[in-house]
Design a protein around this ligand. Structure first.
Ligand SMILES: Nc1nc2c(ncn2[C@@H]2O[C@H](COP(=O)(O)OP(=O)(O)OP(=O)(O)O)[C@@H](O)[C@H]2O)c(=O)[nH]1
Ligand SMILES: [Mg+2]
Length: 311
């Protein structure tokens, strides 16, 4: 397919087209993903997550610029799982630095993935594959908040960076469970503000309690994203983690997507697709729903009957 060749030669319009097909759940996306699979697996995928307004976009921009200076090709994806429409995601997109838009070595895309059939992480992973195959060395993924959706996205990243800001106090406590598990590296951004030391202490004591089996103590890096302060330290910390994960891939296995999980997910998708393509399936589902609701049958039997009738 011509589109595949164009993606492999990093044509931005082809990349954008492939991403639209993926977002829309178009069947053509699958052919593209098949065609590019053997060229994936090279990029370093960095997930950046944190509370709204913590400075993720500013940081991602500065990181992108710094990586460009190091000669790396960069992809940026802003994922907005909280927004049912693309509005939120477009907003995240708009504030990016002009310098990045003018640079051919940077590809930027926003995604509002709520409602994607395979779920958020699924679509994100496919979009990452496209950027990876197009030769991007560094792929930055920005997600809003630290909730279940974000944790899903984090699973697709090679390294997960959690952005905190001083003055969070209690908020840190509520984020605790989520962030402790997902953070490979913590950033205290807006380090030009009061309360940095307090936050740092709290974070350090939480990290000290963290019973990780994996021999990696997440570093804490202080940044002032607006000034680009701390960005080189951040890149150094990312590099150290990258070395760690390559040296001990077993250590992180439980948190990252495995090939087997991916296959099971694809299998579910294909089986559901096959089922829903059957003639009269929606009528059967409707009748069954009515019967279950009226307690004429139970949902388990109803599904068994539907499955038995599948060709
Ligand atoms: N004082 C200070 N302000 C910062 C710093 N980093 C970012 N900001 C400001 O914080 C605001 C939010 O920054 P964004 O980068 O949009 O934050 P975000 O986390 O991407 O926000 P959402 O995508 O809306 O969740 C902007 O006005 C930034 O200029 C910093 O280090 N210090
Ligand atoms: Mg943002």
């Amino acid at each position: 397919m011509e589109l595949i060749q164009r993606i492999l030669s990093a044509d931005p319009r082809a990349i954008a087209r492939a991403m639209s097909l993926i977002e829309n759940g178009d069947l053509k996306a699958r052919e593209i993903l098949k065609g590019i699979y053997f060229r994936t697996g090279q990029a370093l995928v960095i997930g950046v997550t944190g509370a709204p307004g913590s400075g993720k976009s500013t940081l991602v921009d500065k990181l992108a610029l710094a990586y460009r200076k190091l000669g790396k090709l960069v992809g940026i994806i802003a994922v907005d799982p909280t927004s049912p429409f693309s509005g939120g995601a477009i907003l995240a997109d708009r504030i990016r630095m002009q310098a990045l838009y003018n640079d051919e070595g940077v590809f930027i895309r926003s995604m509002a993935t709520r409602g994607h059939i395979g779920g958020l992480s699924h679509a994100t992973r496919e979009v990452i594959s496209v950027l990876d195959a197009a030769g991007k060395d560094i792929i930055l993924i920005e997600t809003v908040g630290v909730g279940q959706d974000e944790i899903e996205v984090v699973k697709v990243a090679d390294i997960s960076v959690v952005v905190l800001v001083p003055g969070m106090g209690d908020e840190l406590q509520t984020l605790k469970a989520g962030i402790m598990e997902i953070g490979d590296l913590f950033i205290i951004n807006k380090a030009d503000r009061a309360g940095v030391e307090k936050l740092e202490k709290e974070l350090e004591s939480m990290l000290a309690l963290d019973a990780r089996s994996e021999n990696w103590k997440p570093p804490v890096v202080k940044t002032v994203a607006t000034q680009g302060e701390g960005v080189s330290e951040l890149i150094a910390a990312i590099h150290r983690f990258d070395q760690f994960r390559k040296a001990s891939p077993q250590a992180l296995q439980s948190r990252k997507y495995t090939v087997q999980e991916n296959l099971i997910e694809l299998l579910k998708e294909r089986l559901l697709e096959r089922a829903t393509q059957q003639d009269g399936i929606w009528d059967k589902i409707q009748v069954a729903s009515r019967d279950v609701k009226a307690r004429k049958t139970d949902p388990y039997t109803a599904v068994e009957e539907i499955v038995r009738d599948l060709a």
